[in-house]
Ligand binder design. Structure first.
Ligand code: C5P
Length: 242
C-alpha cells in the first residue's frame, strides 16, 4: 500500500497529539485555514494575537464546530481574577487554558477550584519559564536558579496546586515525565519536521522524538500552517510516521 494513502478510519478513536497554533491576525484568514481541518485531525490553539483580534466569538464558533480549543492567554493576575477568567473559559467550552505558574500557588489553586464545578472542565496548564528567556533574562527578574531548576520548581508547584500539566520544551519533557508521573500533561512547542527549519525556535525536536521523550501534546504553528498540505502532514504525524 502506498504509505501516503492514509487510513483515516483508524485515527478516529484516538485524540491527535497535535495542537495547531492558529497564529493568524484575523478571522477570515483563520477560518479559511481551519476549513480544511477537522476535530479528528488535530486540536487547535488560539493565542493572544488572534484572541485580541476576534474575542470569544471565534473561540465559541470553533468549539461549536467540535474542535478542542486551547485558549493560550497565559493568565497572570491575582487569584480572584484568574479564577474568574478560567470560569468564563470553562463556560465557553474551552478544552485547555493556561496561566503563569509564577502567579503562585494561591492563584493556581483558585483557578482549579473555580473550574472544578464543571462537568466538562478545561485542562489547566502552567507556564513555567518562557522558552524565549535566557539565563541572563531570568537573572534580571531576580531569579538566581538555573532555567532547568526553575522549570522543575514551577512544574512541581503547578502539580501541587492542582493543575493538570505544564508547557515545556520537548528537551525538558524527559526529566519532567520522570519526576512528575505519567498522568501529568506536558504540552510542548518548538516542534520541527527537521533540524534545518527552526525559524525563531531554538530547542527543537521532531514530532516522533518529542512524543518518545514524553510529550503529551505537540504545539505546532508554522510547520503546519505554512505546509503545502497540512492535512497530509497531520495524518502522517498522527500515525507516528514523522
Ligand atoms: O510556529 P511555531 O511552531 O513556532 O509556533 C509555536 C506556538 O507555540 C506559537 O503559538 C507560540 O506562541 C507558542 N509557544 C512557544 N513557546 C512557548 C509557549 C508557546 O512557541 N514556550
Amino acid at each position: 500500500m502506498n504509505p501516503l494513502i492514509i487510513d483515516t478510519q483508524n485515527m478516529t478513536n484516538h485524540l491527535s497529539p497535535v495542537i495547531v497554533a492558529l497564529d493568524f491576525a484575523d478571522e477570515k484568514q483563520t477560518l479559511q485555514f481551519v476549513r480544511q481541518l477537522s476535530p479528528e485531525l488535530c486540536q487547535i490553539k488560539i493565542g493572544k494575537e488572534l484572541f485580541t483580534a476576534t474575542g470569544r466569538h471565534l473561540v465559541e464558533q470553533l468549539v461549536n464546530q467540535g474542535f478542542k480549543v486551547f485558549l493560550d492567554l497565559k493568565y497572570h493576575d491575582i487569584p480572584n481574577t484568574v479564577a474568574s477568567a478560567c470560569k468564563i473559559a470553562a463556560q465557553m467550552g474551552v478544552w485547555m487554558v493556561d496561566m503563569h505558574a509564577s502567579g503562585g500557588q494561591r492563584m493556581m489553586e483558585a483557578a482549579a477550584e473555580a473550574v472544578s464545578q464543571f462537568q466538562q472542565r478545561p485542562y489547566l496548564i502552567g507556564v513555567t519559564v518562557l522558552t524565549s528567556l535566557t539565563q541572563t533574562d531570568l537573572a534580571q527578574t531576580g531569579v538566581d536558579r538555573s532555567i532547568d531548576e526553575q522549570v522543575m520548581h514551577l512544574a512541581r508547584l503547578s502539580q501541587q496546586s492542582g493543575l493538570d500539566g505544564v508547557v515545556c520544551s520537548a528537551q525538558e519533557a524527559v526529566i519532567l515525565r520522570d519526576q512528575l508521573g505519567k498522568e501529568f500533561l506536558l504540552v510542548t512547542p518548538g516542534i520541527r519536521l527537521n533540524s534545518k527549519s527552526e525559524d525563531d525556535q531554538r530547542r527543537i525536536m521532531t514530532p516522533k522524538d518529542a512524543l518518545a521523550a514524553g510529550s503529551s501534546y505537540l504545539v505546532m504553528g508554522r510547520p503546519i500552517t505554512r505546509s503545502a498540505d497540512p492535512v497530509l502532514l497531520l495524518q502522517q504525524i498522527n500515525l507516528g510516521m514523522i
